[in-house]
Design a protein around this ligand. Structure first.
Ligand code: NAD
Ligand code: UD1
Length: 333
């Protein structure tokens, strides 16, 4: 029996595939390579000595999905495939709803057809909107501020309805905080296209000399130093959270929503400092106006992840930056 990983050559997917293989799961990857590279398979093979089966396929193509389910004994699915750029989702909402909602519906439909009812879904802390209280618990009110976030919330609602209609499903909705870092080998990591939106990929490009300085989006928030505070989590910790989640899902029915974060918040300037330490270079910065839609602080209450899954993040901010740099320094363009 195999685990199908949609989006398995992407940033989080590739790290999860490595950990699944380490835990002796058989893995089948589906990815259309829209935001990843086929060479990731070589890297996974170098790290694990196993080359997972790969399909270049699109979740919008139902027939391609049927082919994968009929050619493999799929036991469960970890669903990462989707678009994730917040700004782009505001400009191209139809594209985002089509890929992230229609594509996911296709997947759920085909899973149903093949009687595969165990799923781990990639959601995001973005579904909490601007939280009234911190740390954020899973039962806090949900709201979104952009189409990307809404696609995640729609998926959550769709999955709840699917479970109501058929109690044989086992669904884990994982809400990630801010994944950063890379595998210790330096072979896999995050390779953003164009100008990075997210903080750490941007800082990494300042460190490699691709960008001149970090633009700090506002220093007048009500936080430790006025800059935005987030719950950064090492991507390998996140991958390990998925292993626990899939193991749980394979032995329980129901729908569970679980935060995957560390529970610690770091400000933009604190992350910059940690990255400077990791790369041994100065990261110059300029304070700019706030970025529209940004919130002051966001960090997880991680109690449920520990109580339900026995999972806790192990890596701190210094290790996240060291491992992130270890990967980024090899991909200077
Ligand atoms: P990523 O872009 O690196 O990986 C997504 C993968 O899905 C890519 O390899 C892409 O080629 C593939 N893909 C996209 N559309 C597809 C389609 N229609 N058919 C087949 N493959 C398709 O992104 P990531 O950072 O690894 O994120 C994985 C998931 O986690 C996404 O659903 C994302 O929304 C969610 N998430 C990410 C973050 C983050 O900060 N990285 C935070 C919260 C949630
Ligand atoms: C963003 C997305 C969110 C998504 C998350 C993880 C927005 C509004 N939200 O969240 O939906 O789930 O990424 O992918 O885009 N910062 C700078 N300079 C930069 C980049 C960022 O100062 O060049 C600051 C931001 O203002 C913020 C912090 O760094 O305070 C983190 O930003 P980012 O990495 O974009 O993540 P989020 O804003 O948490």
């Amino acid at each position: 029996m195999a685990i199908l990983v949609t989006g398995g050559t992407g940033f989080i997917g590739s790290h999860t595939v490595v950990e699944l293989i380490k835990e002796n799961f058989e893995v089948v990857i589906l990815d259309n390579l829209y935001n990843s590279n086929i060479e990731v398979l070589d890297k996974i093979e170098t790290i694990t000595n196993i080359r997972p089966k790969f399909y270049k396929a699109d979740i919008l193509d139902k027939e391609a999905l049927r082919k994968i389910f009929s050619e493999n004994k799929i036991e469960a699915v970890i669903h990462y495939a989707g678009y994730k750029a917040v700004g782009e989702s505001v400009e191209k909402p139809i594209l985002y709803y089509e890929n992230n909602v229609t594509g996911s519906l296709n997947l759920y439909e085909v899973m149903s057809e093949f009687n595969v009812k165990t799923l781990v879904f990639s959601s995001s802390a973005t579904v909490y909107g601007d939280p009234a209280k911190l740390p954020i618990k899973e039962d806090f009110p949900l709201s979104t501020t952009n189409p990307y976030g809404t696609t995640k919330l729609f998926n959550e609602r769709i999955l709840e309805d699917i479970y109501v209609s058929d109690n044989n499903w086992s669904i884990m909705i994982l809400r990630y905080f801010n994944p950063i870092g890379a595998h210790k080998s330096g072979l896999i990591g995050e390779t953003p296209n164009g100008i990075p939106n997210n903080l750490v990929p941007y800082i990494a490009q300042v460190a490699t000399g691709e960008r001149e300085f970090l633009r700090v989006w506002g220093n007048d928030f009500n936080t430790v130093d006025g800059t935005g505070v987030r719950d950064y989590i090492h991507v390998v910790d996140l991958a390990l959270g998925h292993i626990k989640a899939i193991q749980y899902a394979l032995s329980h029915k129901g729908v569970e929503k679980v935060n995957l974060g560390t529970g610690n918040g770091y400000s933009v300037l604190q992350v910059r400092e940690a990255f400077e330490k990791a790369c041994g270079k100065k990261i110059p910065y300029k304070i700019m106006d706030r970025r529209p839609g940004d919130i002051a602080e966001c960090y997880a209450d991680t109690t449920k992840a520990y109580e339900l899954l026995g999972w806790k993040a192990k890596f701190g901010i210094d290790e996240m930056c060291q491992d992130g740099w270890n990967f980024s320094k090899n991909i200077i363009k």
